[in-house]
Design a protein around this ligand. Structure first.
Ligand SMILES: [Ca+2]
Length: 485
């Protein structure tokens, strides 16, 4: 028989009540601690995107010569990500960042040079537009490269969610001999651009923008042209590094990162700001091996390119060296400091992650490929992303699920690949790697693991077929753009 207590409750129900009260107290104290740690306002977002920076170009990622004390400090104060992936080329990665979609879904499959009819579509809401809906002030300083707005003003970043813009329509090695135009908002202000000054100028624009901000949240997209060839620095950084001109460029970028961090701190915004530092693809190894026709200098010379470290391949290759880039995220008090994660993430994921952190949601009827990785950035052991597809232009070349990566691609996408295999260029090769035990992709396990190969190749085809069945046909898209509707 239940023993009644003074309050009329049975002993069992009292114990239950006590347990529930304790749980509620724990929950409310947990809630209180979460609220205490949560910033009082929507966080600011700063994305620093480098161009062609390799996985091992920074001291924090193992470079033995180049000094990057500011970026190293960012890593000490933030989360270093060693399995953060992008596309193997400039424009596809920038399209993925801006839209959260794989390149074939947006048509941003190849680089967009002068006069290219392809650019970001009006129907693709950019991350800047999505954040503006959450009340953000937005600015971009740097290389756009998802539509030549010098030819077609509809591609200008101002038309795609940015309140302010200062930068170039594409890489600074295009458009010889007229040279590459520099724009402020929708106005051309210099041609040819003095590309050696770009790192410094972008930094000045970025720090000015931060200083001018009040209480409203902001999104700053700082997209350096460097260290893409031809490399150049402001005079103060010439001869700065033991690693030659390329080292000088990386060390000036490090200075730039230091300036941005310093101004965030001085303006009291450090704790309210998420900083992401990354690159758009791996090092352009093929240019380093061959001579680069440097029209502006009137010479042919060996290209100045970086390192992919222990990763195989470089830019234009779907080996990890082409698509895995040095990435650091920092959000003081929210993301863990001084930690490293080898869990998989993609540049695709920043869209959903930032919109979520800003308090927004992605409408269910808007198909994006990115996932919200906030839990990983906050120190979670497992990434919400457990599957990633590798596209080269419009062609699927691989899939990764957890540790396993299947790659089915023609030999010879770059010189490194061809030499490594001694095979005929164009020959299709199927390879399977365990990226946890073999990050350098040295030991092809395809012959030993036929079931994994079968599973992943089926998944790869299934995903690609579904994507291409639902996308806007590329030809229709080109017609629409040419009509400027
Ligand atoms: Ca690039």
């Amino acid at each position: 028989m239940e023993q009644k207590t003074g309050s009329g409750m049975t002993r069992r129900s009292m114990l239950k009540y006590a347990a529930a009260t304790a749980a509620a107290t724990r929950a409310s104290s947990l809630l209180a601690s979460v609220l205490a740690k949560a910033p009082s306002t929507k966080p600011n977002f700063v994305i620093i995107l480098c161009d062609d920076m390799g996985f091992a170009d920074l001291a924090a990622f193992g470079n033995p010569v180049i000094n990057t004390p500011n970026i190293d400090r960012l890593a000490q104060e933030g989360l270093k990500m060693t399995s953060f992936c992008v596309a193997p080329a400039c424009s596809p990665t920038r399209g993925m960042l801006m839209t959260g979609k794989y390149p074939p879904r947006t048509g941003l499959i190849n680089v967009t040079g002068p006069g290219s009819p392809v650019g970001v579509r009006p129907g693709d809401m950019t991350i800047a537009q999505a954040l503006k809906l959450q009340g953000y002030r937005t600015a971009m300083f740097g290389k756009w490269h998802i539509g030549d707005f010098d030819t077609n003003p509809a591609f200008n970043p101002i038309e795609h969610g940015f309140d302010q813009f200062y930068g170039l329509p594409y890489s600074h090695d295009y458009n010889y001999p007229a040279g590459v135009p520099l724009y402020r908002n929708k106005e051309k202000i210099e041609q040819p651009v003095k590309y050696n000054l770009l790192t410094k100028r972008y930094t000045e624009e970025a720090t000015k923008f931060i200083r001018e901000r009040g209480k409203e949240p902001f999104f700053l997209y700082l997209a350096h042209n460097m260290p893409h060839i031809p490399v150049g620095t402001s005079p103060e950084f010439a001869g700065h590094s033991r690693a030659g001109r390329y080292g000088d460029v990386i060390e000036e970028i490090d200075w730039s990162v230091g300036e941005v961090l310093r101004v965030l701190k001085e303006t009291g915004k450090e704790k309210d700001t998420v900083v992401v530092f990354t690159s758009d693809n791996g090092p352009w190894l093929a240019v380093g091996e061959d001579t680069y026709d440097h029209k502006e200098r009137g010479s042919k010379e060996v290209g100045d390119v970086g390192w992919a470290g222990l990763l195989k391949g470089g830019k234009s290759s779907t080996y990890e060296g082409g698509v895995r880039v040095p990435t650091i995220t920092r959000y003081p008090g929210v993301f863990p400091a001084g930690k490293t994660t080898a869990e998989m993430a993609s540049v695709l994921d920043l869209y959903a992650t930032f919109v979520s952190m800003a308090g927004g949601t992605i409408p269910a009827n808007r198909k994006i490929d990115g996932v919200n990785i906030t839990s990983l950035l906050k120190g979670g052991k497992t990434s919400p992303r457990q599957e990633l597809f590798y596209y080269s232009s419009d062609t699927i070349q691989g899939v990764r699920q957890g540790s396993w990566k299947l790659r089915i691609a023609p030999v010879g996408a770059d010189g490194v690949t061809r030499k490594a295999y001694g095979a005929t260029k164009g020959e299709m090769v199927t390879e399977l790697y365990n990226l946890d035990t073999d990050p350098s992709e040295r030991f092809d396990r395809a012959a030993k693991e036929p079931e994994i190969v079968a599973h992943l190749s089926t998944r790869m085809k299934e995903f690609d077929d579904a994507l291409k069945a639902t996308r806007l046909p590329l030809t229709a898209y080109l017609e629409r753009v040419s009509q400027k509707d």
